[in-house]
Design a protein around this ligand. Sequence first.
Ligand SMILES: C=CC1=C(C)c2cc3[nH]c(cc4nc(cc5[nH]c(cc1n2)c(C)c5CCC(=O)O)C(CCC(=O)O)=C4C)c(C)c3C=C
Ligand SMILES: [Fe+2]
Ligand SMILES: [Fe+2]
Length: 330
Amino acid sequence: MNSSPKYGVLMINLGTPDAPETPQVRKFLREFLSDKRVVDLNPLLWKPILNLIILTIRPAKVAKVYQQVWMDEGSPLLVLGERLKERVKHALVQNSEQPIPVEMAMTYGNPSMETAANKLRSAGAEKIIVVPMYPQFSSTTTAAGYDRLMSSLKKCPHWPALHLIQDYADHPLYIKALANSVQAQWEKQGEQRHLVLSYHGIPKRYVNNGDPYARRCELTSRLVAQALGLSDDEWTHVYQSRFGREEWLTPYADATLKAMPEKGIKRINVISPAFSIDCIETLEEVTLELGDEFKQHGGLAFDYIPALNDSDDQLALYLALIEQNTQQWK
Ligand SMILES: C=CC1=C(C)c2cc3[nH]c(cc4nc(cc5[nH]c(cc1n2)c(C)c5CCC(=O)O)C(CCC(=O)O)=C4C)c(C)c3C=C
Ligand SMILES: [Fe+2]
Ligand SMILES: [Fe+2]
């Protein structure tokens, strides 16, 4: 009989609406934007703004955007994330003596942390490795997910042991995977172009208060540029997806890209390393919005390089993260 404790893997990501319709988008945004990790303003000030302005206007607008990227099987973030999870699960069944259950959970919406944690417990998992699907740690994403996981276990009478991975911004396999994607795109295009590394932004204030996100993003960019042998004038680091009025991390993607053609940079590739999985932010905001803006300002060629999604390189990275963190635990 095998009496060694059984491992489980929980992959966590942000969340997405259940359908690309106004009511489902409103429900998702309400849950997401009510989290103090995401918007840390005084609730007496924020709640009226959220309920009376944002949740009245934004859901219908954003639902239309979701409709542009929605897949037959559902939201890209969920569908492509599930594909990666299935590949990880399959590989772990083949590689280990004991089958290792694997689940994916969302911080907001479905599949919930509670459902996923219960499934892992029912499958007998006693030691759970939690893999954030965020390569760069931020209190707004990774810590928010871990908060939710802890809350979901509040009613659990028998806690599993948890190993929370911080991030993998400088993991050699992550850097190699990003560099491989860029090389593959350049080979497909038949030309090397200026590389823009565009990250989801957060308010600058959060970084000033100690959030390490910007530092982790900068590290990823430097390592990718190094792996590709790029000189400083061959790549640019920017932040996209601004929300609200306060200052977010700079340089801003839209302003930077609009100014590039005038400076002679007319052919670019954009990669978004903070997104392990493609979603509304990469498929619409980067590929369509930023692409259009760049071309309207004189840009000649713009191509987005997809997220690592369920690629072989991403699978190898996730298996290595799981293996390395299991070993550390032994
Ligand atoms: C309001 C503040 C926001 C912060 C801070 C923030 C940080 C942050 N988000 C991601 C990853 C994703 N964000 C996504 C969508 C999204 N993000 C915000 C706002 C903040 N994000 C909003 C309001 C939305 C919803 C869309 C919209 O209304 O514009 C998604 C995609 C979800 C999907 O369904 O496809 C991801 C993924 C990171 C990595 C990050 C900071 C590190
Ligand atoms: Fe976001
Ligand atoms: Fe956006």
